[in-house]
Design a protein around this ligand. Structure first.
Ligand code: PLP
Length: 417
């Protein structure tokens, strides 16, 4: 199936279709970064653009503390440290997420225990309730592709069992559950501000929490000197560590945060536009019974990616389906990739090869019979980075036509195994 019609039959155009540009850098962004360049390119305390962005972000999510980092991974690392995670203690994590949601646990000697996901890609609450909680300190969840998890049930579960809850909101800037922004439910929440993210500084991360002690420990873990002297009282247990922090430096770059701050002022605009396009794609996808789209009742998704699944029991071959979309010029439909079942990764299977704190003979292992849905989702799901600007209407229409054509071909058995 190689019909080039939708891009006018010109192979040159098909080879290089218009790309979804992200982040969209406008004049305001350029001005903000240039102004920051003149103001300062290193901020040692909690002032300037750091203060501006942190207070906006914490106010938006109604959290007491905000702390910027140079990456989402660093923010997650600090979040795990802040909980006082000790070697051998367990953190439950979804079996399907971007690895960095979980990988910082290894450098602290913790043990990830993977929990299966549901057919929307998010951690499955029923699977969670079946896990033996002995030795479990925390649960990390990812609102995958921007779809909020069943976060009320999950946070209730964590409270009942006295488990810390970390929300990885790196895909979910602006997503809401029951009209409350994700990142407002857990003990700690973390967002990446990396180049692909809905709010981006190119690189960066931010952590929010209401808990003073978690904030202070996260601060001292990756920041030192001025900011710590500013924020940690001289009477505090950790006051003597203010000069050195706990030994690492994870401070953000002011130019990155100036860009992220400028982008944050357009968040609503991005979300409205994505919602507009996502509705059109959902209306089409929902006409085909071999497709599953996520259940978004009670949920507002930021559509970091528009995701759908070819149902596991369908005869349609997902690789043929995806190839057909690409052949139609709809090249940004994406599958597989580095967000994947973590049990397949060497670091999860054999952490003792790189971290001496683990021993091969006693490591519990990443394999778990109950992770089937994660594998199925990984194989059968397809995603689209949806446009955030209405100047892409023409391309959205071309993608909709391509998708309709491929769905129709699949429904008539042309893409069966
Ligand atoms: C779900 C998730 N968590 C964490 C991260 C890590 O963030 P960063 O790349 O900013 O370190 C990412 C980045 O892609 C992510 O998608």
């Amino acid at each position: 199936m190689s019909d080039l019609a939708i891009f006018g039959g010109n192979p040159a155009v098909v080879e290089k279709p218009p790309h979804n540009p992200w982040p969209i850098i406008n004049e305001d962004d350029r001005a903000a970064v240039l102004a920051q360049l003149d103001e300062s390119i290193s901020i040692y305390d909690n002032g300037g653009i750091f203060k501006k962005f942190e207070s906006k972000f914490s106010k938006l999510h109604r959290r007491k503390h905000a702390l910027l980092f140079n990456s989402g991974t660093a923010a997650l690392h600090s979040a795990y440290f802040s909980l006082g995670l000790k070697p051998g203690e367990i953190v439950i994590a979804p079996s399907y997420t971007f690895p960095a949601s979980v990988t910082p646990i290894f450098s602290l000697g913790g043990i990830p225990k993977l929990c299966d996901i549901g057919t929307d890609g998010n951690i499955c609450f029923e699977s969670l309730t079946r896990i033996n909680l002995q030795g479990v300190k925390a649960l990390v969840i990812t609102h995958i592709w921007g779809i909020p998890c069943d976060i009320l049930k999950i946070s209730q579960f964590c409270k009942e069992h006295r488990i810390f809850l970390i929300e990885d909101c790196s895909h979910a800037h602006g997503s809401r559950f029951d009209n409350t922004l994700v990142g407002s439910f857990g003990d700690i929440a973390v967002w990446s501000l990396q180049g692909q993210k809905t709010i981006s500084g190119g690189e960066g991360g931010i952590l929010l929490t209401n808990a003073d002690l978690l904030y202070e420990r996260a601060l001292l873990f990756g920041h030192y000197n001025k900011r710590c002297y500013q924020e940690i009282e001289s009477t505090h247990n950790f006051s003597e560590f203010r000069g050195t922090g706990f030994g690492l430096k994870m401070r953000a770059h002011p130019l990155a945060i100036a860009l992220a701050d400028s982008q944050l002022s357009r968040l609503e605009q991005f979300l409205n536009c994505r919602q507009f396009y996502a509705d059109k794609f959902h209306r089409l996808l929902e006409q085909f019974d071999f497709i599953e789209t996520p259940d978004l009742s009670q949920k507002f998704c930021n559509f970091y990616r528009l995701s759908f699944v070819i149902k596991n029991d369908s005869k349609v071959k997902v690789d043929l389906f995806h190839e057909a979309l690409i052949a139609e010029g709809a090249c940004e439909f994406d599958r597989l990739g580095s967000t994947m079942p973590l049990s397949r990764l060497a670091l999860f299977k054999r952490p003792w090869e790189v971290y001496p704190i683990y021993q091969k003979s006693s490591y519990p292992g990443a394999d778990n019979d109950d992770l089937r849905v994660a594998d199925q989702y990984y194989i059968n799901s397809i995603r689209l980075p949806i446009w955030s600007d209405r100047s892409w209407d023409h391309l959205a229409d071309q993608y909709l036509s391509a998708l309709k054509k491929v769905l129709t071909a699949a429904a008539s058995g042309e893409l069966d195994s």
